[in-house]
Ligand binder design. Structure first.
Ligand SMILES: Cc1cc2nc3c(=O)[nH]c(=O)nc-3n(C[C@H](O)[C@H](O)[C@H](O)COP(=O)(O)OP(=O)(O)OC[C@H]3O[C@@H](n4cnc5c(N)ncnc54)[C@H](O)[C@@H]3O)c2cc1C
Ligand code: SF4
Length: 478
């Protein structure tokens, strides 16, 4: 049987970053990735379900309230993310939940994370967008805040010489948006790490002090490899699934695996602006529309950033107006509403905020991910608070807030976290502060599953910095 010092499941930020650091330190590393090795030619400017299905895996919650999806392929979500990479504010690391439990470990503060943030920023070549990089929707949003006497900051991105084509979330066919296939992965390969694509891990088993990893290869043939150490970094939905499928071989699996699912407090909405304001053209420009406001952070612990969304996505959203306008997502009236308003007067925005992770990932009898993210009173109160802020911005500008959700989907689909969270409390957190799964020697979680709560901003930089931090710990352990 093939044997490695470390086997890593998943090649997103959580997987590729430790792969590089371990390979640099001379460890023999194998990364197993279920997705394909994609090239720029595999990123067509195409929002069709067919094209998207190749790049994303999408799940609907058991109660049909929420959609969650993740990017699939060598490089994971980095291929198709909108590439806002921002440091989580200090208060994120101090967050206490409804039981007064400090969600991040006491030893992991913003100042402890700062060197790891800096390391990722350097590898990914992250820089602040210039005003000429900010799409129209972002400029309009900044104007709206300015009118209220509030500020918006230009965002941080690993994007250079952007052509503003508006298709970042289909993958950048021009190579202007950095993903892990530009840095961590080739650097790790150069140091000897192997990345095997179209290899889906089913489950793991203990093998002495190490691990057996059972997967199906590109031909659908069952394979097994040994790792003295194992890192599971299959994303916050699939990491717990790999572990839960392994339960027959891990009867002592921590009971919190799969619990504490947090959607990063994502609440999506749209603004319809008056004719007197400049046109928004939300089909143009980078998909994360260049600015973010922290103006409501102190009071509400939320940030808001505008987006540039494709017409199909906007037309499919379950949007409703608190005043006049659309009441249902589909149908003749709504189509006409989108036709008349989309190009010039609409733009989407996303609030991200600190909430308790009260969802759960499980697997069904076939081993497939299922999840719930209950729309309980706490979540409803949070969404109302976010809507209150959105309304404030709209009313100050003669604009209208269009909400999403209603009685069906709450469209906050991109940022699942926390399902194998690190933490100080043995009973609440499956992983130690340094990412080891409690009770399972030499098994680490380094992806969004390990990030214990909301990040206040888009999460990829925090996931990546935390992966750098855990990789440094693994190496320091020897
Ligand atoms: C449309 C969209 C836009 C986004 N935009 C932003 C943004 O602008 N800024 C930001 O910070 N975040 C953004 N995100 C979120 C960001 O992409 C994720 O938070 C991040 O990529 C998660 O990293 P990860 O390492 O936890 O997991 P992933 O990047 O999801 O990596 C997990 C990998 O594991 C693989 N895998 C899963 N199961 C198995 C298995 N059984 N065997 C083998 N391999 C497996 C998957 O195929 C995947 O490649 C966006 C997400 C989406 C969906
Ligand atoms: S908007 Fe810029 S980063 Fe996004 S796909 Fe187009 S060129 Fe690439």
């Amino acid at each position: 049987m093939e044997a490695f010092d470390f086997v890593i499941v998943g090649s997103g930020f959580g997987g590729s970053i430790p792969a590089l650091r371990l390979a640099q330190a001379g460890r023999k590393v194998l990364v197993l990735e279920q997705g394909e090795r994609l090239t720029p030619q595999d990123f067509p400017q195409d929002w069709s379900f067919r094209a998207q299905a190749r790049l994303f895996t999408t799940y609907t919650s058991k109660d049909y309230h929420v959609i969650l999806r993740y990017g699939r392929g060598l490089g994971g979500g980095s291929l198709t993310y909108a590439a806002a990479m921002l440091r989580a504010p200090s208060a994120v690391f101090e967050y206490r939940d409804r039981d007064d439990y400090r969600v991040w470990p006491a030893a992991v503060t913003r100042s402890v994370m700062d060197p790891y943030f800096a390391k990722v920023e350097e590898e990914m070549t992250i820089e602040r967008a210039s005003w000429s990089d900010v799409p129209r929707a972002g400029g309009v949003f900044a104007m709206m805040l300015d009118k209220m006497g509030k500020t918006a900051d230009r965002g941080m991105y690993p994007i250079h010489d952007c052509m503003q084509c508006g298709f970042c979330m289909c993958g950048c066919p021009f190579g202007r948006k950095k993903h892990l296939g530009h840095n961590y992965i080739p650097d790790a390969e150069q140091k000897g790490a192997q990345f095997r694509t179209e290899c889906k891990v089913h489950h793991i088993e203990k093998d002495g002090d190490g691990w057996l990893v059972r997967y199906k290869d590109v031909h659908g043939i069952a394979q097994v490899v040994h790792g003295d150490g194992l890192i599971v970094a299959a994303g916050a939905l699939e990491t717990p699934a790999v572990l839960l499928r392994s339960k027959p071989w891990l009867p002592d699996l921590h009971p919190q695996v799969g619990k504490n699912l947090n959607n990063n407090g994502d609440v999506a909405f749209l603004f319809r602006i008056p004719e007197t304001m400049p046109a928004t053209y939300p089909y143009m420009g980078r998909n994360n529309a260049g600015v973010i406001t922290y103006a409501f952070w102190e009071e509400h612990r939320i940030t808001i950033h505008p987006g540039a969304g494709p017409p199909a996505l906007v037309a499919a959203m379950d949007v409703y107006s608190e005043k006049d306008g659309p009441k249902v997502p589909l149908g003749y009236d709504f189509k006409h509403y989108v036709r008349d308003n989309y190009a010039k007067h609409l733009f989407p925005a996303l609030a991200i905020g600190l909430t308790d992770g009260e969802g759960e990932v499980t697997v069904n009898a076939d081993g497939i991910v299922e999840f719930v993210l209950p729309l309980n009173d706490r979540m409803k109160a949070y969404i109302d608070r976010v809507a209150g802020v959105g309304r404030q911005i709209a009313e100050a500008n003669g604009a209208e807030l269009l909400r999403t959700g209603g009685d069906t989907f709450e469209h906050g689909d991109a940022h699942p976290l926390g399902t194998c969270r690190i933490g100080d409390d043995d009973s609440r957190a499956p992983c130690t502060p340094d990412g080891e799964l409690r009770g399972q020697k030499n098994l680490y979680i380094t992806d969004g599953a390990a990030v214990p709560g909301g990040t206040g901003v888009n999460p990829s930089l925090t996931i990546a910095a935390n992966a750098e931090r855990i990789a440094a710990h693994i190496l320091a352990k020897g």
